[in-house]
Design a protein around this ligand. Structure first.
Ligand code: G3I
Length: 361
């Protein structure tokens, strides 16, 4: 066979190649996606970092006191190890997807501080201990900043233990796995309404002397929001703490919606009208282009922070698996990721690849 013209070997063809050693490029996954050959292949080819979408959460791992279930979580850890991917632990302490027993008594009253602390410590020691040496870093505490109030969200952990539950969680995580990186993770912390509260928390954690390596900006964004100037301002303030920046749950909602938060309790009724669910038959070309442009713009904006950016993780792999098909309105057809329902790259994937190549030169 005649020699083909030399392929441009220097040109990367996957996200993980294109990101190179600048930052990790990750995806949130579920065990069923790793078991399906089509999605498993795509995940292994494109990403070099995994987060479990649900199965590392307290409700999955310790649904009842002292009853541990690591089987699903181990599937994700094993896949990551087999494919030479970093593994992020999400999450050790959260007000959602956590058994009520951890911080409340049978009547729903907060447990006495010592009992809540003991439950938190036992959970963190068991889980971070189990994954010692396998997890690069932990989202130690998730979503502790209040959306509306002046500072901390009034979670079951806070009601039982007190404001220092966050500091305690970071201490326990460090004791349980001294080599793991530790992160604080939250949504909308780059937005004006939450940014100063978050910077305050990060500085308090640093002042308390606990190990904290990075801040997780969830990055559940939309096609027309947040405003880029606000985004840049917020990221700059987070970067000024000196912590590494992790973009931990990136997706771009293309559907109409009222609120802009990722608070899962805000989920509404099922979609009724075409106005609520406009692209059931496919995303029009014009919207594909808008999504591609938005992704390119967001990557350029993120990459302005250079080596302070340690990771960009997508919250899902393909559009069909995204939580945004069910949030904030159930039963919609959304298109927030780089790969379509047939696992094919969308124009947005090409746009991101182009930015990664250009910014790498
Ligand atoms: O496991 C049950 C299953 O037994 C039951 O049949 C089914 C019926 O609805 O529900 C299943 O639980 C669902 C769970 O995901 C596992 O699939 C819950 O209803 C559903 O609410 C839950 O949603 C997850 C959500 O966190 C929960 O808060 C999403 O998949 C997951 O993408 C989402 O991820 C969060 C991050 O952890 C933190 N940041 C925001 C992000 C999006 O909400």
């Amino acid at each position: 066979m005649a020699a083909l013209s030399p392929s441009p070997a220097a040109e990367p063809t996957t996200l993980r190649q294109a990101a190179g050693d600048r930052f990790l490029v990750g995806a949130a996954v579920r065990p069923d996606q790793l078991a399906r050959p089509e999605s498993a292949k795509l995940i292994a080819e494109q990403f070099n970092c995994l987060t479990a979408e649900n199965v590392f959460k307290p409700q999955s791992i310790q649904p009842r006191k002292g009853e541990f279930n690591f089987a699903d979580a181990d599937k994700i850890a094993d896949f990551a190890a087999k494919h030479n991917m970093a593994l992020i632990g999400h999450t050790l302490c959260w007000h959602n997807q956590t058994g009520r027993w951890m911080f409340e008594d049978a009547q729903g009253k907060p447990l006495p501080r010592e009992e809540g602390l003991a439950n938190l410590k036992a959970h963190i020691f068991a889980v971070a201990g189990h994954f010692k040496g396998k997890v690069k870093g932990w989202d130690v505490v998730n979503e502790a900043i209040d959306d509306g109030g002046p500072y901390l969200r009034d979670t079951p952990a806070r009601k039982s233990i007190g404001d220092d539950y966050i500091i305690q969680a970071f201490k326990f995580a460090h004791e349980a796995d001294p080599n793991a990186e530790l992160y604080y993770n939250d949504y909308n912390i780059e937005r004006d309404y939450k940014n100063a509260k978050t910077v305050r928390l990060l500085n308090e954690l640093k002042a308390a002397g606990v190990r904290i390596d990075g801040v997780g900006v969830q990055a559940h964004w939309g096609i027309a929001w947040p405003d880029n100037a606000e985004l840049e301002r917020g990221l700059k303030a987070l970067a000024a703490t000196g912590l590494k920046l992790h973009f931990t749950e990136l997706d771009v909602d293309v559907l109409p919606r009222k609120g802009e938060s990722a608070n899962i309790t805000d989920v509404q009724k099922s979609a009724g009208s075409t106005a609520e669910n406009p692209y059931v038959k496919g995303l029009p070309d014009e919207m594909q282009k808008k999504l591609a442009d938005r992704y390119a713009e967001l990557f350029r904006l993120i990459m302005k922070h250079g080596s302070q950016v340690e990771r960009i993780t997508f919250w899902g792999v393909d559009d069909g698996s995204s939580w945004l098909n069910g949030f904030p309105i159930r039963g919609r057809t959304n298109y927030p990721l780089l790969f379509d329902r047939q696992f094919k790259p969308k124009p947005a994937a090409a746009a991101v690849m182009k930015v990664l190549r250009e910014e790498g030169k």
